[in-house]
Design a binder for this molecule. Structure first.
Ligand SMILES: NC(=O)c1ccc[n+]([C@@H]2O[C@H](COP(=O)([O-])OP(=O)(O)OC[C@H]3O[C@@H](n4cnc5c(N)ncnc54)[C@H](OP(=O)(O)O)[C@@H]3O)[C@@H](O)[C@H]2O)c1
Length: 234
């Protein structure tokens, strides 16, 4: 498939490398000139690109961005995303990084908010697996799982297939309105879990506990330091 990825950080860069290794034709972008992604140019199957060009007429576009930038995406990029057959969002809301985003504080699931801004359906995938595990624990024994939330149908099947191709068992997490069950602070969030463990963890989530989930998420006060600490595991 032709896959365009916006965001070349821990998650976007890892997905680009793994999806290219799985045989896909990957275009990768950040917020800058593609020349800043020279390290990826050497990888077979990855072509650095400007953001709008990366996702124009692709089979799958993947957004792997801090949520604070979503409302500021250019009209050109949103128009280009409309040409992608499927859009996947890996994003999670962290006030320590993104600032306060009122609809998300009030309980709109993160990726529903992204879909509304883009004006098109999205799938929430790869938000619920920590980047070092995404990078190093594909095809592990026991096989770990990654969740897929979004509308049922052929597009969702294609999202499942991508998860499987990079070494994880896909778990159906329902439609986007249920995707709060996958967000930071919830029982399955960024845990290394098998498919059965993730299903049990999702079943254990409760709307009564949402404040506790948010408190867990908000316990990270210095987001940059947490990301620097992650680097040693990449
Ligand atoms: N890290 C994890 O373990 C993990 C796991 C699951 C999900 N997530 C979520 O996935 C998303 C990405 O996380 P990450 O850890 O990969 O972040 P990251 O390492 O900080 O990378 C973010 C990427 O987004 C790019 N970017 C920022 N603003 C942009 C814009 N306006 N246009 C195009 N590109 C832009 C950055 O490029 P520039 O250098 O040009 O700014 C960078 O390449 C976040 O929402 C995060 O919460 C993270």
């Amino acid at each position: 498939m032709k896959i365009g990825i916006i965001g070349a950080g821990y998650v976007g860069g890892t997905l680009a490398t793994k999806l290219a290794a799985a045989g896909h034709d990957v275009r990768l972008a950040n917020s800058k000139d593609p020349a800043t992604l020279a390290e990826f140019e050497e990888i077979d199957g990855i072509t650095p690109a400007w953001a709008a060009a990366a996702v124009t007429d692709v089979d799958v576009a993947i957004l792997s961005l801090p949520l604070k930038v979503i409302p500021k995406l250019s009209d050109e990029l949103i128009t280009a995303l409309a040409t992608a057959e499927i859009v996947i969002d890996t994003g999670n809301y962290y006030p320590a990084r993104d600032g306060r985003i009122e609809p998300l504080d009030q309980g709109t699931p993160d990726s529903e908010w992204v879909a509304a801004i883009l004006g098109r359906p999205v799938y929430k995938v790869f938000n619920n697996i920590v980047a070092p595990s995404l990078k190093h624990k594909g095809d592990s024994d026991p096989r770990l799982a990654a969740t897929v939330a979004g509308p049922s149908g052929e597009d969702k099947n294609r999202a499942y297939a991508l998860v499987g191709q990079i070494g994880f068992d896909p778990v159906d997490a329902g439609d986007l309105d249920q995707s709060w069950r996958l967000q930071p602070g919830t029982p399955t969030y960024c845990q290394d879990m098998t498919a059965d463990q993730i299903r049990a963890g999702i079943a254990a989530t409760s709307p009564d506990d949402v404040e506790a989930y948010h408190a867990g998420r908000d316990a990270i006060e210095d987001f940059d330091a947490a990301m620097v600490a992650m680097r040693q595991y990449m």
